[in-house]
Every structure is written in structure tokens, then in C-alpha cells.
Design a protein around this ligand. Structure first.
Ligand SMILES: Cc1cc2nc3c(=O)[nH]c(=O)nc-3n(C[C@H](O)[C@H](O)[C@H](O)COP(=O)(O)OP(=O)(O)OC[C@H]3O[C@@H](n4cnc5c(N)ncnc54)[C@H](O)[C@@H]3O)c2cc1C
Length: 346
């Protein structure tokens, strides 16, 4: 397994359960785009026009997540917490409210169960939001996980099942005596089959994909702050003068705010991007004013040409799984299943 982000490590778990002996090679497992993710498993709140097929896939991921939680618990005795709090979708000005209406039309068309909420009648889900937010729609099936916890637990499960981790960069992928050979900066790794799951980094030298299959990096930033305790509240997805903003409240007043989106391969905390995110966040949730900024996290989302994930046979025993774009945490157990269904048990 070349790459130990959420796709690589969850796929490694599925392979190990199918009795493959797996080695994950990554210089910093779990520290790619995965570390920046908010961890929303939110097909309801994220339904977008023209993406019905993706939406169905995201919806199916919620079931796949139940199985993943069970599999990790079976291997380690420890559960990954899945917080089913739902998403409240709101708009700040009249244009934004029209966007919410458009979103709701699309989501309902995909079969998402939405409830229109008026703040006057049901104030609780609106706690802490700007007084300008007087209405919203609530998608109740949505959930969140903490990607840091996911990565730690999945790694624990992998190690319990004998998966080996090598902290190295793969420089070249080729054929080997046993099947495939990965040249790393810490020596060679030989195996029967190889999976490249390097996210937005793309393919190492030595393997090539069909011309139609590409990934490009789309940078995103989330902020981690300690502030208002929103743990008991739904996730908030807001349109702010046309820009999307979200907030996920974890325990102890820890909030994840996101996310920027820039077509860029550079992992940088650009001040303009940071300012827009802070400004939007403070407008939607004014009580963030006194929150303590803990850190910014930046990741490169792997976007394919058609924004759909893919699993491609590169030939010579090599496979490539990527293109999970804004939904890799959600889709990881689906990608892992697809891989095992394709390569079969050991
Ligand atoms: C700001 C932001 C917020 C997001 N929020 C969400 C969310 O709420 N919900 C959701 O479902 N998704 C979310 N995502 C998307 C999700 O994070 C990605 O789709 C997912 O992390 C992709 O996983 P991956 O394993 O393919 O890539 P990565 O996580 O980037 O992992 C790739 C790994 O490959 C390794 N690697 C690269 N090259 C090599 C090499 N040559 N040799 C060895 N190892 C190598 C890297 O070190 C890295 O660990 C978000 C993304 C961002 C940026």
C-alpha cells in the first residue's frame, strides 16, 4: 500500500481482513489531506446539483461506516465514535437563503429527508448563530467522526491484524520477482499486488494511468478553535454571500471551522484565505469572537476530472485508488470494499 491516508489505511484493513499480508509505506501516515478533514459524513447536507450518482455513493457510505466501526472494534476492542447530529443548512442574506432553497430542492430530489425549521418556533438548533439566521433546513441522517481518532483506531486495528508500517517515500513502482516492486528511500518492498493511494500526490514514477484518469490538488483549510460548546448541536453548513462555511462542534468547546477551497498544489496558509474563513465564521457564529485559535490545518483534496472517485488497474499488478476529493473520509470504507471485491481474498 503506497500511501497511508484514510483511503490507504482503511483499504489496508479490508485487505488484512481478507487475509492479505499488507505493508503500508508512507513517510507520515494520516498526515495528508486526511489530517485537515473535518470528518463530516454528511451526504444530506452536501447534496449538490448534477451529483446524484456521487450522492448515492455517499449515502451508501453511511452503512459501510457502520461495518468499519464494528471491524475496528472487533480487532481492538475500541470503537470509533460516530456522532449522528445532523446538519442544519442556513443562509445569511437573501441571496444565500435562495441558495439554501436551491440546495433543498436538489436534496429532496435525491430523496434526502429534510425538515424546514423556523427559528421562532424551534430555537434550539440555531443556538449561537447570528440573529440574521431566522430559518434553515435540517438533514438529520448526517454524522461526523474525528479523523485523528479514525486514523489512530484504524492503525491499531491494522497492527492487531499484522499490517506492517514502513515510514518511507516510494520513489518508483515497477514489476518484481513476486509481482510488484516498490523502491522506497528505505530499500525495496516486494509484493504480489500493489495499491497506490497517495491522494493528490498522484502516481510515483514507473506506473502510468490511462490519459483520461487524472487527479489535481484542490487545497483546503480548516481551523481548530476552543470556544463555544457546540458539541450538542447539529453541524452547521452556511452560505455567506455565496461562499460555503461549516462548523462542527466537538467535545470540550473544540470546534472545527471550514473550509476554504483553492485550485492550488501549494500547502500554504494564505492570509486572504484565512481572513475569509474567519470573517465568514464570525458572521455566522458571532460567539466565536472570543474563541482561541489552536491551529490551521491545510490539505490537498484529490479531485479527478469528473469529481468521482476511481479504482484503476495500472497493469503489472498495480492499482490506483484516488479522486475522493471532498469526501474521502466518508468514502474510505466504500473504496476499501471496492478494492477487496476487485482483487478478491488472498
Ligand atoms: C480542508 C479539508 C476538509 C475536508 N473535510 C472532509 C470531510 O468533512 N469529510 C470527508 O469525507 N472528507 C473531507 N475532506 C476530504 C478528505 O480529507 C480527502 O478526500 C481524503 O483525505 C483523501 O484521502 P487519501 O488517503 O486519498 O489522501 P491523503 O489523506 O492525502 O493521503 C495520502 C497519503 O499518501 C502519502 N504519500 C504521498 N506520496 C507518497 C509516496 N510517494 N510514497 C509514500 N507515501 C506517499 C502521503 O504522505 C499521505 O499520507 C476534506 C479535505 C480537506 C482538505
Amino acid at each position: 500500500m503506497v500511501g497511508g491516508g484514510v483511503i490507504g489505511q482503511v483499504s489496508a484493513l479490508a485487505l488484512a481482513r481478507a487475509r492479505w499480508r499488507v505493508t503500508v509505506v508512507d513517510p507520515s501516515p494520516g498526515r495528508g489531506a486526511t489530517v485537515a478533514a473535518a470528518g463530516m459524513l454528511a451526504p444530506g447536507g452536501e447534496a449538490a446539483p448534477g451529483e446524484e450518482e456521487n450522492h448515492r455513493l455517499h449515502q451508501s457510505a453511511l452503512d459501510a461506516w457502520r461495518d468499519l466501526v464494528d471491524e475496528v472494534a472487533e480487532a481492538t476492542g475500541e470503537a470509533i465514535a460516530v456522532h449522528r447530529v445532523g446538519t442544519l443548512v442556513v443562509g445569511l442574506d437573501s441571496g444565500d437563503r435562495r441558495q439554501v432553497e436551491q440546495y433543498a430542492g436538489v436534496a429532496r430530489g435525491y430523496g434526502v429527508a429534510l425538515r424546514a425549521l423556523a427559528r421562532r418556533e424551534e430555537p434550539a438548533p440555531f443556538e449561537g448563530l447570528s440573529a440574521r439566521v431566522t430559518q434553515g433546513v435540517f438533514a438529520e441522517g448526517d454524522a461526523w467522526v474525528d479523523p485523528d481518532e479514525v486514523m489512530a483506531r484504524v492503525r491499531g486495528a491494522n497492527e492487531a491484524l499484522g499490517v506492517e508500517y514502513r515510514e518511507a517515500v516510494v520513489r518508483r513502482c515497477s514489476r518484481g520477482a513476486a509481482g510488484v516492486l516498490a523502491q522506497t528511500d528505505d530499500g525495496p518492498v516486494e509484493a504480489e499486488i500493489g495499491l497506490v493511494a497517495t491522494g493528490a500526490a498522484g502516481l510515483p514514477e514507473g506506473v502510468e494511468a490511462p490519459a483520461a484518469v487524472t487527479v489535481r490538488p484542490v487545497r483546503g483549510m480548516t481551523l481548530r478553535v476552543i470556544g463555544p460548546d457546540r458539541y450538542h448541536l447539529p453541524m452547521v453548513r452556511a452560505y455567506v454571500r455565496g461562499r460555503p462555511f461549516y462548523a462542527v462542534g466537538r467535545a470540550g468547546g473544540y470546534n472545527v471551522l471550514g473550509a476554504s477551497s483553492e485550485e492550488s498544489p501549494v500547502r500554504a496558509v494564505e492570509l486572504g484565505e484565512l481572513q475569509r474563513l474567519l470573517r465568514d465564521g464570525l458572521e455566522v457564529i458571532p460567539e466565536l469572537e472570543t474563541a482561541d485559535l489552536l491551529e490551521t490545518r491545510v490539505g490537498l483534496r484529490p479531485a479527478s476530472g469528473d469529481l468521482r472517485p476511481f479504482l484503476v488497474d495500472l497493469g503489472g499488478g498495480w492499482w490506483w485508488s484516488s479522486g475522493h476529493y471532498r469526501h474521502g473520509v466518508t468514502l474510505a470504507p466504500v473504496a476499501a470494499r471496492r478494492l477487496v471485491d476487485t482483487v478478491g481474498p488472498a
